[in-house]
Design a binder for this molecule. Sequence first.
Ligand code: HEC
Ligand code: HEC
Ligand code: HEC
Ligand code: HEC
Ligand code: HEC
Ligand code: HEC
Ligand code: HEC
Length: 483
Amino acid sequence: MRKKSIAQSISLTATIILGAAVCLWAAVPPPPVNQNLFIYDTSFGNFTLADCHECHGTDATLAVTHHALLNSTPVPSCINASGTLPSTLATGCHILSPSSSGGFSIQDPTNCFNCHNQSPHHTTTFAAAQDCKHCHGAAVDNTNDGHYIPSYPMNTGAGGVTPGPVGRTVSNPANPATTIIVQGCAACHQASPSASPRPISDNQTLHHGTGIGQGDPGSIGTCQWCHGTGSNSFTIRGCEACHGVNSLHNIQYDSPASANLGTIIPGQENLGYGHIGNNWDCQGCHWSWTGTAASDTTTATVPAISSLSSKVVALGKAATLTINGNSFINDNTSGTTTYKPVVTLTNDGNTITLTPFSTTVSEVKVVLPTTLKQGVYDLRVDKTGTISNLAKLVVAPEVAIKTAVLSSQTLTITGAGFGSAPTAEFKKQLGVFINNTQARTISWSDNKIVATSPIFGGGKTVTVNTLFGPATSTIFAAGKKVR
Ligand code: HEC
Ligand code: HEC
Ligand code: HEC
Ligand code: HEC
Ligand code: HEC
Ligand code: HEC
Ligand code: HEC
């Protein structure tokens, strides 16, 4: 039976979207719920640097991303002299402070939280347009997409079947000395401050913590976005603006039920792994419910992406991409239809649809076409229109040096993916280097760079730092023996 505190903690090894290795978060049965699907339920401040990198890439990639912002108008200042947090370009970026050894030191640019101290996700244009699905996928509905919200009267009391935003507190049938929450989200989604690797927060903290509707400078939204208006204020109808019946009835992880491992069948899963796996799950929201899970209307369960085998792929090369996650295949309630995924890649408003050559409930494999052009793609798993959360795939030229030939202090480097010549702002970081000493660039094109330096020499290692990363090669001195 459901207990209010963690009765039995289980230890699971999982690679979730936030890259956590070993997690000791949750309990089956909930509360609190597992953290197998979508975003780990913790407030923004509990995300670590590793989490930012898991979704956004390495420091090297991020340096390129940030320095590309120097092309903005007005041109931002490299130095932040404003005394306020450098979370926008208007203030200037790097804070300099007097260093004990004389001169100045630059505040650590690899610590995201030095600048992004509030959730940057919830000030985006997508969030402001109430397009929460853009990033969260069909785990939620969008407020203005016309999804079904019941108009019949709510009955959240004993004997009713409507869940409340929180739920009702009743005596625990299994242990009358204690109480449990039933018939609402907090029957299962409760805080667990001791969960590992991060605390699990309560629903109020998780939503208010996004900054949405909180009235902070630069923030978006109103209280009504989530709490509804008039007689519907603070009822489930407000929540249904994003948590509609159909999205709620399609959230499910593949439980270890032995009869149907490897696919999701509504009503035939172990309890506690989602919303429609088991009659017990139905009752978490519909406490007085006397129906059975088999009479539910589950269609395609929401696919959840946790990781990609590669975030960056080489331009013009065929590659196999493995997408890990869960809920990639499922049956409908009556077992008559199996929902299978495709993978969509969207860039500049154009969408390419790829059919996987291999699909399991937790892994999808596709061959990426060689014709993908350079750029950043929105990648989603899509089951007949039920979309996963957003992942990003970068297609970038592969930086490679073919030859590096020296002839009287002039080095000619041939290869591919060098990009166009670095603009003035980047000249310090991007170029041709021996150890950390930069050579003078004479010419630069995508496949050939000519540079000169007195320290060039046969057998030495030359490094070319390009927008798309570094490449190294050993210098061959023409007409001379390599020492
Ligand atoms: C679960 C994945 C995930 C995690 C974790 C994550 N981000 Fe993001 N972030 C995204 C997505 C998706 C976008 C939207 C990308 C887009 O549309 O270009 C985004 C956008 C951003 C933006 C750009 C907002 C804008 O104005 O367009 C910033 C800044 C950012 N993230 C910073 C961070 C920082 C700092 C962290 C670590 C605390 C972090 N992110 C953690 C997924 C994530
Ligand atoms: C020195 C301050 C600073 C640090 C440190 C910093 N950022 Fe940013 N970041 C900014 C500013 C300023 C912007 C631009 C915001 C805007 O457009 O208003 C930005 C923009 C971004 C964007 C959106 C880029 C785009 O093309 O619009 C992402 C993603 C991002 N940051 C992620 C990160 C991550 C992840 C880290 C940590 C590894 C990090 N940032 C560290 C200041 C910083
Ligand atoms: C640009 C991508 C993006 C958009 C658009 C977006 N979110 Fe998020 N959301 C994230 C990321 C990444 C996280 C986790 C990091 C954080 O808290 O910022 C998150 C976390 C959350 C959480 C906490 C959930 C948890 O399990 O920790 C809530 C609630 C939430 N978002 C609500 C919304 C709402 C409401 C909207 C639409 C009005 C929205 N989001 C739009 C990216 C986005
Ligand atoms: C019977 C227990 C139970 C109840 C009651 C319940 N949920 Fe869930 N919910 C779960 C489980 C289990 C998951 C899967 C969590 C995981 O592994 O990430 C889940 C996942 C979700 C998700 C997907 C995002 C995520 O963090 O995984 C959303 C959104 C969600 N629930 C919303 C709600 C809302 C809104 C209510 C109240 C109307 C509610 N739930 C009530 C058990 C429950
Ligand atoms: C992004 C969605 C969201 C926004 C916007 C939002 N809230 Fe909430 N709020 C929640 C959730 C989820 C809960 C937890 C469920 C509950 O208690 O109803 C909550 C809980 C509350 C509670 C506790 C209610 C109770 O029954 O215990 C109050 C009070 C509250 N919010 C007030 C506000 C106010 C005032 C604003 C605007 C300044 C606001 N909220 C904006 C999602 C939101
Ligand atoms: C404006 C859209 C929006 C509204 C309205 C909204 N939520 Fe959410 N809710 C979200 C998003 C987005 C998530 C994060 C899903 C994910 O993990 O990717 C979320 C997640 C949840 C979860 C799962 C736990 C978690 O944080 O992932 C619960 C439970 C929940 N919401 C309860 C509520 C309740 C109760 C209300 C009404 C008081 C409410 N929500 C109103 C957008 C909304
Ligand atoms: C996460 C909470 C949650 C879970 C779990 C859940 N439901 Fe629901 N269900 C709802 C909400 C919310 C409504 C709308 C009720 C309202 O607004 O009055 C609803 C409505 C219904 C309805 C009425 C249909 C309609 O069109 O309005 C039926 C039947 C139903 N649920 C069956 C089930 C069954 C069967 C299960 C388990 C397989 C289940 N539900 C699990 C939240 C849930």
